[in-house]
Ligand binder design. Structure first.
Ligand SMILES: [Mn+2]
Length: 314
């Protein structure tokens, strides 16, 4: 059944292999989730998975044995990633098949069911969005396999919107799931014990009521407070909204907020994380190639993916 929900591309992320789903077991798997309608400002982030693959193909960007990561200048050793490459445990499965005329409820359900089939095969998914709303069906699928989950949420926004209007719409049976309430929905899952928000700075966050699972680490507190905020024993999902970065580096997103994090800040955060943290899935969302300038955002997204995937140990 699952095979039908995936569509292969001509090119793959990092030119990785794209085996048949039935042949995969215990692997890190890139999956494109080309859905943008959860972002009502601009839905063209749906084009990013395909755009990224063509970009990587055009630039001949490959992950293979003896890859040199020194060009990222990070002082991070890429041992985990090298191990995955060496063992052929990192592949690109293509995109979740999403049609433009599908309704959003159906799409979220489809993502949820497809990811449940992935997880049965001990796959650690690295999802390429798409807008931020896709994280919820993914975390919901993960919640069937883990009693406790902690989310490390990189974003300029808390994404915990919970208005009266939303409640009313929801009672009317309308879709109220979107890019601005995705972390509130995740917090409402019993298994999600903790959400650590990093990079929060937009004015819109000033008056939100925080779910009790939430801990905000503001940008000036990363060095001092991040390590204490993270529970090293809880399986961890990393959700990375590209707008956490300063728009001067990553303009290609629908809701840019000035004074954001730089690449070196992200490296710092990753260095602070406990080395044996059990990372059970990652997503990178909200990259919008139509709003980008000279592929800056796609370039930095490519570098970020190398950094983030290196946090996964099978
Ligand atoms: Mn977001």
């Amino acid at each position: 059944m699952c095979e039908m929900n995936l569509i292969k591309s001509n090119y793959t992320i990092f030119s990785l292999e794209s085996p048949e789903f039935k042949d995969i077991n215990e692997a890190v798997v890139f999956i494109g989730v080309p859905f943008g309608k959860g972002n009502f400002k601009n839905d063209k982030c749906s084009k990013f998975p395909g755009y990224l693959r063509s970009y990587m193909y055009g630039k001949n960007i490959k992950l293979k044995n003896q890859c040199n990561f020194k060009y990222l200048s990070t002082k991070i050793d890429f041992e985990k990633l090298k191990e995955l490459i060496k063992n052929n445990q990192i592949v690109d499965l293509g995109d979740i098949w999403i049609l433009n005329n599908e309704n959003a409820k159906f799409t979220y359900e489809n993502i949820y069911n497809t990811y449940k089939s992935f997880l049965e095969k001990k796959i650690v998914p690295f999802s390429i969005g798409g807008d931020h709303s896709i994280s919820y069906p993914i975390v919901k699928a993960l919640s069937h396999f883990h009693e406790q989950i902690q989310i490390l949420h990189f974003d300029a926004h808390l994404d915990v919107s919970n208005s009266e209007l939303q409640k009313k719409f929801s009672e009317e049976g309308r879709v109220t799931h979107h890019f601005g309430n995705v972390m509130k929905l995740c917090a409402d899952l019993n298994q999600v014990k903790k959400i650590v928000h990093i990079g929060i700075r937009d004015f819109v966050n000033m008056n939100y009521e925080l779910p009790q699972e939430s801990i905000v680490i503001y940008n000036d507190e990363i060095e001092s407070n991040l390590l204490d905020a993270i529970d090293p024993n809880i399986p961890t999902y990393i959700s990375f909204d590209i707008d956490v970065l300063c728009p001067s580096l990553a303009p290609g997103t629908a809701t840019p907020v000035c004074n954001g994090l730089f690449f070196s800040d992200i490296v710092n955060v990753l260095k602070i994380l406990p080395d044996d943290l059990n990372v059970i899935g990652i997503d990178l969302v909200e990259v919008n190639p139509e709003l980008d300038q000279k592929n800056q955002t796609t370039q930095i997204a490519t570098q970020l993916i190398s950094l983030l995937v290196n946090t996964i140990k099978l």
